[in-house]
Write a protein that binds this ligand. Sequence first.
Ligand code: COA
Length: 172
Amino acid sequence: MKIIETKRLYLKELVLEDAEELSKVLSDPESMQYYPEPFSKDKVKKWIKWNIENYKRYNHGLWAVILKDGDKFIGDCGITMQIIENETVPEIGFHIIKNYWNKGYATEAAIACKDYAFRVLKYPKIFSYTTVKNIPSQKVAEKMGMQEYKIFEKNGEKQIAQVVFNTGFNKS
Ligand SMILES: CC(C)(COP(=O)(O)OP(=O)(O)OC[C@H]1O[C@@H](n2cnc3c(N)ncnc32)[C@H](O)[C@@H]1OP(=O)(O)O)[C@@H](O)C(=O)NCCC(=O)NCCS
């Protein structure tokens, strides 16, 4: 079932059968350079199971990102609950297979997720966070209209949280 559709993409719920395609990003050392380590096969499956739980619990999670042209699985993007210092907040995350980087796909998916968070889920604000070293991720957040919220430490690494507020323009 399509959850969100954009010009070039659609987002749908992840299923366990996506593990092999998703591992092309989550188990790739270059893509995961800002994480403690690339995910094992088992961790990719656990990631999908965590998102299936998220769909039930929150009505959202990270979804599969599918390129309409060729119906290709290119990564994940969506909304999960994350802890930013002492606050639990909705956060937009994204992981795109590197053959598809720098074509605006993460931005296109993330903007659609932001609109969904405001219009459908009625969140008043939404966040993104990443290590300060992850410039592409911060660029995507900026292109969603996010501004710096705070710099904080997690697992001994400096992180940047960015935020955008629902100004009402997105309400339908
Ligand atoms: C972050 C990520 C999802 C971006 O996906 P994408 O589809 O390439 O994103 P977009 O094409 O929409 O935008 C990427 C932006 O980063 C910029 N960028 C890419 N590499 C860069 C670099 N080394 N230095 C500076 N900017 C860079 C691009 O120029 C573009 O910005 P612009 O449109 O202002 O020029 C992708 O790099 C990825 O999957 N990384 C690994 C997983 C990850 O770190 N996810 C974030 C976890 S918090």
